[in-house]
Write a protein of this length. Structure first.
Length: 325
């Protein structure tokens, strides 16, 4: 009998890859999204699958379905998107989590929460282990996401302690790959689009700040392995690539792969932007038997191929963020 799985935020970047993978593994998938940041283009190839169902819905409102598992990924995840409507971002993390946890409680099923490395804020500990409590500005422009996700974790663990809900929590670090939103303001998509258009590549600060980038297939593998761990292991577990690179190194690598004529220009660093970010994945290796397999250069090549196709087939105006094709 097929497992019936609910994926909230299933039309988003990571969510759509997760839906695809679950279908490949023989699950029946119900994808829920309100298209605030997700798109039909990410899942249109799945509509012909008889075991795929789509529901347009905002999880800030209750959802009544019968499923065996829940993956909760619904939340805008890039600064451009979550700062566009910060109140709604907080709502989906708090009200959305309460609604999904309520559903899990009623059905007595397991639920996965896609948390984030942003719960660590601008870390004073490096690399970041799960035991680190973080350094977050609760009233800054990023707080709707950072604190929203921290509150979501609180809710998950309180539902676990108070109601015995079987929870799984993973803190996802910077993920990239095909189906990234081209206008989401994230560093990988920004740099690729600028390089392909031979425009100046915008680096904030002096480019010495670091990030660790995990290819989407590796992230999805980590998510599924976390969901399938024995009952009683809740996490949180870091899911990310511990290979740390500076933003300037990333820009130069993308220029090189694209064969671009772009030049690097420097702009002031945004408020509360983390200086360093790198996961300690010791726990993921031990408990999940997981570590990333796709190297940065190989993953960037696949991502660049995707953006080249988007540019050539849709006529997407990346500056305006609208389809002009």
């Amino acid at each position: 009998m097929r497992k019936r799985v609910l994926v909230t935020g299933g039309a988003g970047f990571i969510g759509s890859h997760l839906c695809e993978r679950l279908l490949e593994e023989g699950c029946e998938v119900i994808c829920v999204d309100n298209f605030f940041t997700g798109t039909k283009d990410n899942i249109k190839h799945l509509f012909g699958n008889p075991y795929f169902e789509f529901i347009r819905h905002d999880i800030c409102f209750p959802l009544y379905v019968e499923v065996d598992e829940i993956y909760n990924l619904a939340c805008p995840a890039s600064p451009v998107h979550y700062r566009f409507d910060p109140v709604q971002t907080t709502k989906v993390n708090v009200l959305g989590s309460i609604n999904m946890l309520g559903l899990a409680k009623r059905l007595k099923i397991r639920i996965f929460q896609a948390s984030t490395s942003e719960v660590y804020g601008n870390p004073s500990v490096h690399p970041q282990p799960e035991s680190y409590w973080g350094n977050v500005n609760p009233i800054g422009p990023r707080a709707c996401y950072d604190e929203g996700k921290r509150c979501a974790e609180t809710l998950f663990f309180d539902y676990h302690r108070q109601h015995g809900i079987d929870i799984k929590v993973a803190r996802i670090f910077n993920t990239y790959g095909p189906r990234m939103h081209p206008n989401d303001g994230r560093v990988v998509s920004n740099f690729i689009v600028q390089a392909l258009k031979n425009e100046d590549i915008t680096v904030y600060g002096d480019g010495s700040q670091t990030r660790s980038f995990c290819y989407v297939d590796d992230t999805v593998e980590g998510i599924i392995r976390m969901m399938n761990t024995p009952r009683g292991f809740t996490g949180p577990v870091n899911i990310g690539n511990p290979e740390e690179v500076t933003i300037l190194e990333l820009a130069r690598l993308i220029i090189d792969i694209c064969g671009s004529r772009s030049k690097v220009v420097f702009m002031p660093l945004p408020e509360d932007d983390p200086v360093r970010r790198r996961p300690d994945i010791t726990l993921a290796v031990k408990k999940l038997g997981w570590k990333p397999r796709v190297g940065l250069e190989a993953g960037l090549k696949k991502t660049i191929e995707y953006f080249e196709k988007v540019i050539s087939t849709t006529g997407y105006d990346f500056k305006k963020g609208i389809d002009i094709g």
